[in-house]
Design a protein around this ligand. Structure first.
Ligand code: PEP
Ligand code: MG
Length: 900
């Protein structure tokens, strides 16, 4: 016989906190509190298995449930000295949802159930207050009819408002007992008119109606949307908690409140809460009355002159402090509790781990460890790696109003305010006079890099999470919203419009790159400090971490940030980014425009010293840590001007005819540039470019050794490889450059050469490639693009639909597609290792900074991940968590911890 119902109360419970899957979060914690002997109103939980049954059988309940509920109700009645349906001493109950994962406010609740035309008078006698009893009854009719009979809330609100109007009253508090009696009658008529039957008077009918409604609310649109956003499986279902009502609105010795056992904003170890005298829980939430502080310290801090619970109800407060302490010690975490005081007696209605800011989470985890409550590894596991973003970028003050005008993709976190500009030049010009800008583009290209540097933030109308704008902005640590499709940008007019709002050049906007929001005007910001706890926790994380964490960095500024955040080297230096500088791009253009090898060599001769200086600086900053330098990757046309005006300007600067540039642009134009003349193919066609870059690397390494005595071991990486012969051909150029520099300087530099695995073919042939390559680095941006045949720059227009329709679990450019791309990575790792046991394996696509993808890398035992500098702390923490979990799985392969 399946057990469908679990009772609790009076110091005992049939369930426990370990039964969250079956009893839901609320039910399992109520059971736990009851077992601890805490004052919990007695009740019972109907399991999530009943929910599953209900959905599998068109809303029917399993056999035996009615009897089990009847028995449980009898038990609650015995504990409270009341009877369900008893006319003299009626047992009133609340019926609440409670899923295995917290879904606040998404499902239905019914309070005061059991009230009818008779028991309402019994309640009036118990409370000594008929006004209260009739107010409770009308609330019940409204709540019940809404959730169980489908009568709209507004029907009741309308009726109440017109009643008040005819009586010339404006506030609910002005209504007396007679008014509420009349309103009850009006509400009952309303129900009969709308639902076609009188309001049910039989408490059992009410109860089954409410239970069915709560199970039904698992599938209301709100709950479905919430589950989708928070990735809560459909199959979990909700439990239903039926509990004896306690009333916080029975006069001045009654109250209701919520509290956190530590401060959820700062993490300070101090009780933090609010309560309302003579009120029900919903009054606190409704915000109609201003709650009072729980502790005296909080009251003083807030400057309130209304008494705290500590002074207004000293005895209850003392009990409450004891309960809060006990709960925190028992759960070994900060708790968020709900309580009610009925006639001077404290009742606990809920406990759960409290939500907190990242700063608070860090402080709480560190202090709980220092207090001996949890261990270091547990502290490390308690922090959501992605949440560290909050500490690494300026953020919009949570209390500031934000008039959002458009939504795009949250491409790079942080918030920024500035004047709208539409060109890189305008951003630079504003910066030169000390003004801030937001660069607004349909999409960005390498030509915009200097403007992206100069702007405070970047907003684009097109492009996905790995579009140029997104990748570059993340690398720079700049806030970016991309793919805000509602934006209509008119460069010629110097404006963009969205809906019926128009923003001109110079108008101020704010973007929130963490939320993907475009906001009108300036918004208040705050930059949370990197507190001491942050550093302590990161140190603990590093103690558990197995994988190295490197950064994708090329500019000195990026490299410094990367080191500050604890990067253990550079995993990807995109050398093309070094040429976008205004002074250099012309030398690059000369090289591209050259008509023969001689001309190309001459131009490369100009670029060589620049590259060498770049590497000297980069090696110096990275102080002997590994640095992976990738040979030039993008299609050459990206370096050439596009519009007629730009072509004319460049022609003038270079002293060549415009037609020549235009012709070369046309020659280089490709239908499919992402699959075109880029990556290793450039080195094959123009070996002198690769030679120049390799020479610059080796000369820089010698120079750094001579100048600073620092030993550098460069790792040179060849992009977009598809086969070993191709890799070998380019490797030969690098080896020759190394030998030449050694011969010239008399000093040889230790180095390795590796391949980027960015094509399915490279993954399949990794065994052969690894015979020549000392390392393989998974470029999962391109590998995702090539494996799924999804353009990383354009897929945004339809990818969202795939995700909302459940056709893909998420954006594969954000979190690695484990089943597809992941399998290629696993296969390449296996084949690579089989060919060369010590082949070094890393991941340097955007996924290298994504916690879930990092966990996947740990399962393959990769050697390192590499990500943009601002994600380095996130990657360090995620890698540590993955290692801790992997260790736990090895020790206990059966029960793998599931995070909720
Ligand atoms: C990649 O493709 O994953 C990669 C790191 O290279 P890029 O983003 O520069 O193409
Ligand atoms: Mg790539």
């Amino acid at each position: 016989m399946v057990k469908w119902v679990y009772g609790f109360g009076d110091g005992r419970a049939e369930g426990s906190r370990a039964m969250g899957d079956l009893l839901g979060g609320k039910g399992s914690n109520l059971a736990e509190m009851a077992s601890l002997g805490l004052p919990v109103p007695p009740g019972f939980t109907i399991t999530t298995e009943v929910c599953a049954y209900y959905y599998a059988h068109e809303g029917a309940f399993p056999e035996g449930l009615k009897e089990a509920v009847g028995e449980a109700l009898g038990h609650v009645g015995a504990l409270t000295g009341r009877g369900f349906g008893d006319e003299e001493r009626p047992l009133l109950v609340s019926v609440r949802s409670g899923a295995p994962a917290s879904m606040p406010g998404m499902m239905d609740t019914v309070l005061n159930l059991g009230l009818n035309d008779v028991s309402v008078d019994a309640l009036a006698r118990r409370a000594g207050d008929a006004r209260f009893a009739y107010d409770s009854y009308r609330r019940f009719i409204q709540m019940y009819s809404n959730v169980a009979l489908g009568v709209g809330h507004y029907d009741f609100e309308d009726a109440l408002e017109s009643y008040k109007e005819t009586k010339g009253l404006s506030l609910d508090t002005e209504l007396d007992e007679a008014d509420w009696r009349k309103i009850v009658a009006i509400f009952k008529e309303k129900v009969e008119a709308c639902a076609g039957a009188p309001f049910p008077q039989d408490p059992r009918e009410q109860l089954w109606g409410a239970i069915g409604a709560v199970f039904g609310s698992w599938n209301n649109p709100r709950a479905i949307a919430y589950r989708r956003i928070h990735q809560i499986p459909e199959s979990w279902g909700t439990a239903v908690n039926v509990q004896a009502m306690v009333f916080g609105n029975m006069g001045t010795t009654s109250a209701t409140g919520v509290a956190f056992t530590r401060n959820p904003s700062t993490g300070e170890k101090a009780l933090f809460g609010e309560f309302l005298v003579n009120a029900q829980g919903e009054d606190v939430v409704a915000g109609l009355r201003t709650p009072q502080s729980v502790t005296e310290a909080e009251r003083l801090a807030s400057g309130s002159d209304r008494p705290s619970m500590e002074t207004a109800m000293p005895e209850v407060f003392k009990t409450f402090v004891g309960v809060a302490d006990m709960l925190e010690r028992h759960y070994r975490d900060m708790q968020d509790v709900e309580f009610t005081v009925e006639n001077g007696k404290l009742w606990m209605l809920q406990t759960r781990s409290g939500k907190r800011t990242t700063a608070a989470a860090l402080r709480i985890a560190v202090e709980l460890t220092q207090e001996g409550v949890i261990g270091r590894e547990e502290a490390v596991l308690r922090i959501d790696p992605a949440s560290l973003d909050q500490l690494l970028h300026p953020a919009i003050n949570p209390n500031a109003p934000r008039p959002v005008v458009a939504i795009g993709l949250p491409a790079s976190p942080g918030a920024a305010t500035g004047e709208v500009v539409f060109t890189a030049e305008a951003a630079e010009q504003l910066r030169s006079i000390g003004r801030k800008s937001i660069l607004v583009r349909v999409e960005t290209s390498p030509d915009d890099i200097h403007g992206m540097h100069a702007a405070e933030g970047i907003l684009t109308a097109r492009g996905g999470m790995t579009s140029h704008a997104a990748v570059v902005a993340r690398g720079m640590g700049k806030p970016c919203v991309c793919g805000a499709a509602a934006l209509r940008i008119d460069y010629a007019e110097g404006l963009f419009s969205v809906g019926d709002e128009t923003f001109r050049k110079g108008d101020v906007i704010t973007i929130d790159g963490g939320a993907g929001q475009v906001i009108k005007g300036e918004v208040r910001m705050s930059r949370p400090e990197l507190t001491g706890e942050f550093a302590i926790l990161m140190k603990w994380a590093d103690e558990s971490r197995r994988m190295e964490v490197r950064a994708n960095a090329e500019t000195p500024q990026d490299a410094r940030v990367a080191r500050k955040f604890g990067a253990e080297g550079v995993g990807l230096c995109r050398t093309e980014h070094m040429f976008y500088d205004l002074q250099r791009i012309n030398a690059m253009r000369e090289m591209i425009l050259a008509e023969n090898v001689k001309g190309r060599r001459a131009a490369l001769g100009k670029l060589l010293p620049m590259q060498r200086e770049d590497f000297i600086e980069l090696f110096g900053i990275m102080a002997g840590l590994p640095v992976t330098i990738r040979l030039l990757d993008p299609p050459l046309h990206e370096f050439l001007p596009q519009t007629t005006q730009e072509v004319a300007e460049v022609a003038k600067a270079l002293g060549v005819p415009s037609e020549k540039i235009a012709r070369r642009v046309a020659e280089l134009r490709e239908v499919n540039p992402m699959l075109g003349f880029r990556g290793v193919r450039l080195a094959v066609a123009y070996p002198e470019i690769a030679r120049m870059q390799a020479r610059a690397v080796f000369e820089a390494a010698v120079e750094v050794k001579n100048r600073a005595g620092m030993l550098v071991q460069p790792e040179i990486m060849i992009p977009l490889v598809i086969a070993r012969p191709e890799f070998d051909a380019v490797r030969r150029l690098i080896d020759e450059a190394a030998a030449a520099v050694a011969a010239e300087t008399g000093q040889s530099v230790p180095y390795t050469v590796g391949a980027m695995v960015e094509t399915p073919r490279a993954a399949l042939r990794a065994g052969e490639i690894a015979q020549s390559a000392e390392f393989l680095s998974f470029g999962t941006n391109d590998l995702t693009q090539t494996c799924l045949a999804l353009s990383r720059d354009d897929a945004g227009s339809f990818l969202g639909r795939y995700v909302t329709a459940g056709l893909l679990p998420g954006d594969p450019f954000v979190t690695i597609d484990v089943e597809g791309v992941g399998e290629l990575v696993a296969l390449a790792a296996e084949r690579g290792r089989a060919a060369r046991a010590d082949v070094k394996l890393g991941m340097c696509g955007e996924h290298g900074g994504d916690p879930q993808s990092i966990a996947f890398c740990e399962t393959l035992k990769l050697d390192y991940v590499s990500c943009s500098p601002f994600r380095v702390p996130i990657a360090r923490l995620a890698a540590a968590q993955a290692a801790i979990r992997a260790k736990a799985r090895e020790l206990n392969p059966v029960s793998t911890p599931v995070d909720r």
